[in-house]
Every structure is written in structure tokens, then in C-alpha cells.
Ligand binder design. Structure first.
Ligand code: ADP
Ligand code: MG
Length: 245
């Protein structure tokens, strides 16, 4: 496979076209941003770590029947993926209250939700990725009702698979963000990445100090320190869990 040209450079990845039709190469970067890119930095080895974690999670999801864009991992930090037309939606699944849910509802941090909460945000950096209502989503024609049903069904199943997987890692899956897209056959595929950049992951058994349990980008967002170590720790536990240990 040879790489053609840069298709898109985002905050966390550079996407290249390749000589294979319908195949793109995602190059994961060490750059870290938060609060809609108002805070910027780098996290050592984040690109390769997130690429590896994402690859393992996509493979785990595929074995459970979730269609994803993942093809393979030709070299560290690089993922071959099926090209899709990304829906401009950030699909957020929450099991435990954190982040904007606490800020906007007053629910205390760490509240266990009675059932998973599925939310849709408008993937639009200029507007600051606002929370959508179903009617606004239809008004803007971001997805059809059928597509939204498919996405919701997939997102809940993904939550089950990932929650179980992370449980085996001694990690609590608090919440996460997904992106979906349509391939040339109009098939809805899970795309983008699943990593400590896009999930809240809490060490299940690390004691009562909540901040001490954080193994995700909140360490960067909130200057909690040991950011690289947390990302490495997640990777090690993910690799151990896929090896069946
Ligand atoms: P962002 O700054 O929007 O978070 P990223 O750097 O995370 O962007 O990713 C780069 C872009 O690649 C994003 O717009 C993402 O939606 C897009 N993308 C992810 N997977 C695919 C895919 N399979 N096909 C096409 N685009 C994709
Ligand atoms: Mg991104």
C-alpha cells in the first residue's frame, strides 16, 4: 500500500488517501487538545498508544458483530481504515455522571446512572459541539430517523461489549464518544477512534480518591499529572485482557 495525499488533518489524527480504493490511512498524533482546542499540548507516545488501544477495541467489537472501519495496524501509530462519510454527530454514551452532564444537570460526579444515557452532539468545532435535541438533529438533517435508530442500537451494544471488556481490565467505563459513518454501500460503520482521549476510564480498584483513579484525558484537561503513565497503563491492561490473562 502506498500513501497518496493528506485528506484531512484533525486535532488527533492525519488522514491520508492510499492507492487502494476505499482505504484510508489514519496517522495518530501525540498532540492533545481540550476545551475545543483552547488548551493544547502533547502527550508522549500518545499516537502509538491510542492507535494500539483503538485497534484492539475495534477488533474486540468486530468479534461481537459490530461493523467498524478498522482494517489493520500496518505500523505503530498507523491504522488502515475503510473510508466513510462521517456523520457530523458525536454520539456520547454515559454510564456514570461526569463532565458536562454534571455541569448541566447538577448530578454529582460519580452518580451511577440507572440506565446508559445516549446523547447526540453536533460535531462542529465553530459552534463548540453543542448538545442536540432529536428535533434539532432532524431540522439540520444530520441523520434520518432510521440512521439514528441504527446508531442508538449499535451504541448501546458497543457500550455492553466495551464495559465488559474494560471490567476485565479492572477499569470502569464511565462514558465515551463515538463517530459513525457510511461506506460506499451505505453501510453504517463505527469509525474514528476509541481511546483514553475519547473515553472516561476510572481504575476500578484504586481507592476512594476519584482523581487518583482517572486513566484518561481528564488528567490532561485538569492538570492531574502522570498523563503518559495513565495512557500506558490502559494499553498494558488492554493488551493483557486480549491475551486472555
Ligand atoms: P477532530 O479534530 O475532528 O477530532 P481527528 O484528528 O480525531 O479529528 O480525526 C480526523 C478526522 O478523521 C475526523 O474528522 C474524523 O471524523 C475523521 N475520520 C475518522 N475515521 C474516518 C474514516 N473511516 N473515514 C473518513 N474519515 C474518518
Ligand atoms: Mg477526534
Amino acid at each position: 500500500m502506498s500513501v497518496h495525499s493528506k485528506l484531512y488533518e484533525g486535532k488527533a489524527k492525519i488522514i491520508y488517501t492510499t492507492d487502494e480504493p476505499g482505504v484510508l490511512l489514519a496517522n495518530f498524533k501525540d498532540d492533545a487538545t481540550a476545551f475545543n482546542a483552547q488548551k493544547r499540548g502533547t502527550i508522549a507516545d500518545k499516537g502509538t498508544i491510542n492507535c494500539s488501544i483503538s485497534s484492539k477495541l475495534f477488533q474486540e467489537l468486530e468479534t461481537h458483530g459490530i461493523p467498524t472501519h478498522y482494517i489493520d495496524n500496518p505500523s505503530p501509530g498507523q491504522m488502515r481504515v475503510r473510508a466513510v462519510k462521517i456523520l457530523p454527530l458525536e454520539v456520547v454514551l454515559r454510564n456514570i455522571a461526569a463532565g458536562s452532564l454534571c455541569q448541566q444537570t447538577g448530578l454529582p460526579l460519580g452518580t451511577i446512572l440507572k440506565q446508559p444515557l445516549v446523547e447526540f452532539y453536533y460535531k462542529n468545532d465553530q459552534l463548540g459541539d453543542p448538545l442536540l435535541t432529536r428535533d434539532r438533529l432532524y431540522l439540520l438533517e444530520l441523520a434520518t430517523p432510521e440512521q439514528l435508530d441504527t446508531i442508538t442500537h449499535l451504541a448501546l451494544k458497543i457500550n455492553d461489549v466495551l464495559s465488559n471488556f474494560f471490567q476485565r481490565c479492572g477499569i470502569t467505563l464511565v462514558d465515551f464518544k463515538l463517530e459513525f459513518g457510511l461506506d460506499a454501500q451505505q453501510r453504517m460503520l463505527l469509525a474514528d477512534e476509541i481511546s483514553p482521549d475519547t473515553c472516561r476510564l476510572w481504575d476500578t480498584y484504586a481507592g476512594s480518591d476519584l482523581d487518583g483513579r482517572v486513566l484518561d484525558k481528564d488528567r490532561f484537561r485538569r492538570d492531574l499529572g502522570n498523563v503518559e503513565h495513565a495512557y500506558q497503563e490502559v494499553l498494558q491492561r488492554v493488551l493483557k485482557a486480549v491475551d486472555g490473562n
